[in-house]
Design a protein around this ligand. Structure first.
Ligand SMILES: [Zn+2]
Length: 431
């Protein structure tokens, strides 16, 4: 009897130990995570749009508690939900944004010229989505392969003539590709690095699949911009990591890859595109752009813990300002609706507690979302035509990174005097 009790206690202790060791260490360097970057409370998975018959059911909420590693300064979220669960049926189709398509086509022109890619080359994109980018290589006669874990979006890519391997990328997939003669001259990863739970396995895979003289380019939101501009709404469960240049350099160096060039680009509120090569390939020297950005990050204090500690208060102040504006407008009986149903909107609305009491509905160009509801806040999503019918007084732009594009698409709303609101860095009504 006593033995049995002891055994049970031992099991509990072991389970607790497992959950601590699985969650409380840095995704890259394995140091203990002891410092909060920002705590956005509990939120549902931001891509879990609900149908009408799901509205009365329980909805899972998970913490959005971001930590920062005191050793390597990687800002990160614990893996609360398995990636298989998140990405199996992903609602995000890259091709629904005009400016994103233009960005991709410009990139393909630039990189094919810079690397001299042709019919003998292979361009591989990790998380190739619906083929929004690789399609432009196909048009130039450059062979491509997409790696995409979501079955439904990979199918759309195949229809565009973009061959897609339906898999999560890591060392194992990379070895398989090399065995199949699919080593890459160019590896592309746009907005995927943040979404990788096993960072070391993913970066190790790039090292394996990249030919000796090959180049990898990765784009991801720049942590310095996130902090400077209160972009707390870009934090969601699907984004496990948030990178500065100095931290990215450390991570790739640990896997034998040199970060030799960097572009600062406007996408997703301010991103960087980094260029990587094998450490053995000395034909590509590290550029001045890398040296300059590294110096700017050090001057901004991104290698000091006190810089990270001050972010949370900025976020709370931004929330207060948005609520103040919405409360005033609703007291004045103004009609306020949303534009867009992006993941970032869901973080923002849940964190700020904005439901149909403040925002009657939102609209989105993606037909998958029409007739559905935002997770957590249950705000209905309609097609953009609804704005013309309802003639609201104010339109809150949730994908603020596309604000110029959206304001011009909705120019007709000025006819009845509608005004636009952007929620961050501080809530603002646009003139
Ligand atoms: Zn670390």
């Amino acid at each position: 009897m006593i033995e049995a009790i002891e055994l049970e206690q031992a099991e509990i202790t072991e389970n607790e130990a497992r959950s601590v060791s699985a969650t409380a260490h840095c995704r890259f360097c394995k140091a203990s995570l002891r410092h909060t970057f920002v705590d956005l409370g509990m939120s549902p998975l931001c891509e879990s749009y609900l149908t009408a018959d799901q509205l009365n059911r329980m909805e899972p909420f998970y913490p959005l508690h971001v930590k920062v590693c005191e050793k390597c300064f990687l800002v990160q979220l614990e893996e609360y939900v398995s990636p298989e669960h998140i990405f199996a049926e992903y609602a995000y189709f890259s091709s629904y944004s005009d400016s994103w398509l233009k960005h991709s086509s410009d990139y393909v022109d630039m990189i094919s010229k810079r690397l001299g890619l042709g019919p003998q080359s292979l361009a591989v994109e990790l998380a190739s989505n619906d083929g929004y980018l690789l399609q432009y290589f196909v048009k130039k006669g450059i062979p491509v392969l997409g790696v995409e874990p979501a079955v439904n979006v990979a199918k759309v890519a195949e229809q565009k003539g973009v061959p897609s391997l339906v898999k999560f990328f890591g060392r194992q997939t990379a070895r398989l590709m090399v065995e199949n003669g699919q080593a890459a001259d160019l590896v592309i990863g746009n907005n995927v690095l943040a979404q990788v739970p096993d960072l070391n396995d993913f970066v190790g895979g790039i090292r394996i699949v990249l030919k000796p003289g090959g180049v990898a380019t990765l784009e991801f939101p720049h942590l310095q911009r996130l902090m400077d501009e209160n972009q707390y709404d870009t934090i969601y469960h699907e984004h496990f990591s948030y990178f500065s240049l100095i931290t990215a350099e450390k991570i790739f160096a640990a896997h034998g890859l040199v970060l030799f060039d960097v572009d600062e680009i406007p996408t997703h509120g301010g991103s960087i595109r980094i260029y990587l090569r094998h450490v053995e390939d000395s034909s590509k020297p590290v550029t001045l752009a890398v040296v300059n950005l590294r110096e700017r990050e050090l001057a901004a204090g991104l290698n000091r813990m006190d810089t990270y500690a001050s972010f949370a208060e900025q976020v709370i102040e931004s929330k207060r300002a948005l609520l103040e504006l919405l409360i005033r407008l609703r007291r004045e009986k103004k009609r306020v609706v949303g534009y867009g149903a992006p993941g970032k909107g869901n973080t923002l609305l849940n964190y700020c507690g904005i439901r149909t009491d403040f925002l009657e509905f939102t609209v989105d160009r993606n037909p998958y979302k029409h007739g559905r509801f935002l997770p957590g806040t249950h705000i209905p999503i309609h097609s953009p035509e609804r704005i013309r019918e309802c003639r609201p007084d104010y339109i809150l732009i949730l994908p603020w990174n596309l604000k110029a594009e959206i304001v011009s698409q909705l120019a007709y709303a000025r006819e009845w005097g509608a005004k636009f609101i952007v929620p961050i860095p501080m809530a603002e009504v646009l003139d």
